[in-house]
Design a protein around this ligand. Structure first.
Ligand code: DC
Length: 232
């Protein structure tokens, strides 16, 4: 059997990654992996179980045994996340949870525990994988790798609007500081740091809106997957 095609979309938060991945998955009718949600669930579950962020063995055990389901509700909707039969879709979206996710994500054994679970998403007809290390570690043989960037100020502004839109109250200055700290940790960690794969196409989205970025990526998809060219 020929291998299942994968498109990886990596980059820091606020680059439009999540929206782009949702649009691509919808357009191609492929599966979608939101890998950040996995790290967020580990962080939330660790908090609920009062696990220390220093207890790497316990956190890795937790990551390896998560009773977790993702339900894709379609375009513009967050993927519904069910943990131990509870809907935690909104609970994992807070900045606090994002920061805790970045902390657990720096632990090598936690990442190792989540590796197979991520690879299991690779199913026909194809997978759109959203994350930080999709193109470098999880799916190094992906057919198309995109890495999105944007200036820190623009990313903070976008994230601010996104959170306000969801009714979550935030302060732009605190948010910018949190994002800078999280980026630094994600980029400088020893395991699977946030860097583009050597064969990734880097797209700076600072001055582009989502439609323009989506169009650019669809054109790359059409070139890379000639069987999809007329479709995209
Ligand atoms: O994309 P996100 O904001 O939901 O991700 C939350 C954190 O999880 C992010 O700060 C770093 C970590 N993460 C990671 O290390 N590797 C991934 N593939 C996805 C997310």
């Amino acid at each position: 059997m020929s291998k299942v095609p994968v498109i990886t979309v990596d980059g820091p938060s606020g680059t439009g990654k999540g929206t782009i991945c949702g649009l691509l998955a919808e357009k191609l009718n492929w599966h979608l992996l939101d890998s950040g949600a996995l790290y967020r669930v580990v962080a939330l579950a660790a908090e609920q179980q009062s696990l220390s962020m220093d207890d790497e063995a316990a956190l890795a055990r937790l990551a390896a045994t998560l009773d977790l389901k993702f339900e894709n509700k379609g375009i513009g909707q967050d993927i519904v996340v069910i943990y131990e039969d509870k809907d935690i879709t909104q609970a994992i979206r807070t900045e606090k949870c994002g920061n805790a996710a970045s902390l657990v994500a720096a632990l090598a054994t936690v990442r190792e525990s989540l590796l197979n679970r991520q690879r299991e998403f690779r199913q026909l007809p194809g997978l759109i994988a959203d994350g930080r290390d999709m193109g470098t570690i999880v799916f190094p043989d992906a057919e198309l790798k995109v890495f999105l960037t944007a200036s820190p100020a623009e990313r903070a502004e976008r994230r601010y609007k996104q959170l306000i839109g969801k009714g979550i109250s935030v302060n732009l200055r605190d948010l910018s500081a949190d994002i800078a700290e999280r980026d630094k940790r994600d980029k400088e960690r020893l395991v699977s740091p946030l860097i583009p794969a050597e064969d990734a196409i880097v797209i700076d989205t600072t001055k582009s809106d989502i439609e323009a970025v989506n169009k650019q990526i669809l054109s790359l998809v059409g070139k890379r997957f000639t069987d999809l060219a007329t479709f995209v």
